[in-house]
Design a binder for this molecule. Structure first.
Ligand code: UN1
Length: 512
């Protein structure tokens, strides 16, 4: 395997030795501040990466501001053409980039490729969007006046992304930011910098081929101190941050203190309501993939199943049987369904959550535990587990980034919806039912309070075409599709008077 990973690294322009280097100017590090990157797949050192200092960060900001003065003057459809070329390069590199995502982060190869596909999809979306940055025209209340609105770029867009979607979330933000005329500075998770360097190199090549400044797309590798610099920096016109609610609150406070703009995509605590009218075979696939996909480390992962009492036991038995068939192991081996957690801290959080659940009265029907042996030598492989629990338990109210699924029973749909909504987070939700009244009630104003509400689909696996994000402690931001692009631009309202008089609005008389 070691050999095939080295080939992958090489094909992505990363050296196979243990030191990551880059020809790109806009990511930094001069072997001052080396951090080891360990694969959760086998515990091997993949590379050492230089982390940026505050001075490096300032230099990157300077580069990106210079690039903005060029880029904002490139017509939007031509900006779209650059993103089209990036999409093409991503197609060419899908296999390798997906594999590196899987090796550096631990998600299954299928999901690694799926993540790169999300990048390709958002590029396609952004190309179309580059010809559709529409403003409205309005009728003026004054004669021979015209009103309209237009959208201008913001400037430098900061992107802080999390380890669990190490490349896709960057592309959702960056592709939109660029067609909107912005430049971007990306701080990836310090746990997954290699995939970020690979993406940076791909984009740098596209920019170079088009004679455009590399500063249009910048990368800064760093920890939360760099994130804090970005949040406090008035040069960052918009900061889009994905991660924990704790991180989001700090970003919101720092960006808010300077009245800056932010997009926050934070924790989820997503439930599927399974009614007595659900197609249980279909439900099983959605629920199990939602709970164990990416080893329960998606912000859209299914954490709670709220099941009608009449089918509770039948569905519970199906779940237990399905969990017994799950194959846990090397995510690069496509026979496995579940790979490792990201690191040993994540394993500790998983074990603590299991302990807490037991202490708070939870009853495990599929036991958890850490896997041992040569195949699991990174120490990051855990068993997906299921506990019968109560919604109000403290641990159930909390997002644990691990494959722990909580089951609960309900009698009436209103009670189920109340439970589904009675958590601090509001990202994704789903109902499984073949009954139209139940489905529509769930989607109505009296239904789910989440940013995403699905019918007969699980909570994870959103398509890029819709706006992605959620309410309450999820942070309220929207990224990706629909009209999420508007957050990446500033709206300007223009009123033009082509008459020979100067009538005031609201009929105010002011004669000189
Ligand atoms: C995330 O977990 O931060 O909907 C993003 C999904 C993916 C994106 C998840 N398309 O599960």
């Amino acid at each position: 395997m070691e050999n095939s990973i080295n080939v992958t690294l090489k094909k992505l322009g990363l050296l196979a030795q243990n030191k990551a280097t880059s020809t790109g100017e806009n990511w930094f590090g001069a072997e001052k501040n080396l951090q080891a990157i360990i694969s959760p797949v086998n515990g091997n050192l993949i590379a050492e990466v230089d982390m940026a200092t505050a001075d490096d960060y300032d230099a990157v900001v300077q580069k990106s501001k210079e690039a903005f003065s060029t880029w904002k003057n490139v017509p939007a459809p031509q900006r779209g053409e650059i993103v089209r070329q990036l999409g093409q390069e991503l197609r060419n590199h899908k296999e390798d980039l997906g594999k590196l995502v899987s090796y550096e982060m631990g998600k299954s190869l299928q999901e690694g490729w799926g993540e790169v596909q999300e990048m390709i999809d958002i590029c396609d979306f952004a190309v179309g969007l580059s010809r559709q940055l529409y403003g409205l025209t309005m009728h003026s209340e004054r004669p021979q006046h015209r009103m309209y609105e237009q959208w201008h770029p913001l400037g430098v867009v900061g992107i802080i992304s999390a380890f669990n979607f190490p490349v896709a979330v960057w592309s959702w933000n960056a592709a939109l930011a660029w067609v909107c005329g912005n430049v971007s500075i990306w701080k990836p998770s310090e746990k997954t910098p290699l995939t970020a360097i690979a993406c940076q190199k791909i984009m740098a090549k596209v920019l170079k081929a088009n004679n455009l400044p590399e500063g249009i797309s910048c990368l800064v590798l760093g920890d939360k101190n760099i994130g804090e610099l970005m949040a406090k920096d008035p040069n960052i016109a918009l900061l889009s941050a994905t991660g924990s609610t704790k991180m989001g609150k700090s970003v919101a406070t720092n960006v808010g203190a300077r009245l800056g703009k932010h997009i926050l995509e934070l924790g989820g605590n997503n439930a599927i309501i399974i009614t007595e009218n659900a197609d249980l075979d279909m439900t099983l696939i959605g629920a199990v993939f939602g709970a164990v996909g990416t080893a329960g480390q998606r912000c859209t992962s299914t954490r709670r199943l709220i099941i009608h009492e009449s089918i509770y036991n039948v569905f519970k038995a199906k779940l237990v049987k399905a969990y017994a068939q799950l194959k846990i192991g090397n995510p690069l081996d496509t026979v496995n369904h579940v790979g490792p957690l990201i690191d040993k801290t994540a394993v500790k959080n998983y074990l603590d959550a299991i302990d807490q659940c037991k202490l708070q009265g939870g009853n495990f029907i599929v036991e958890g535990g850490v896997l041992e042996g040569e195949d699991f030598k990174s120490g990051c492989y855990v068993k997906p587990c299921i506990a019968e629990a109560k919604n109000e338990m403290e641990i159930v109210q909390h997002e644990t980034f691990a494959p722990i699924l909580y089951l609960m029973k309900y009698k009436t749909l209103d009670e189920a919806i109340e439970m589904q909504n009675a958590v601090p987070q509001g990202l994704s939700s789903a109902i499984m039912t073949t009954n139209m009244r139940e489905a529509e009630h769930f989607l109505s104003v009296n239904g789910s309070d989440c940013g995403i509400a699905n019918v007969n689909i699980g909570t994870s696996g959103a398509e890029i075409g819709g706006a992605f994000g959620g309410e309450k402690e999820t942070g309220g931001g929207r990224e990706s599709g629909s009209d999420a692009w508007k957050a990446y631009m500033r709206r300007q309202t223009n009123t033009i008077n082509y008459s020979t008089a100067l009538p005031l609005a609201q009929g105010i008389k002011f004669d000189l």
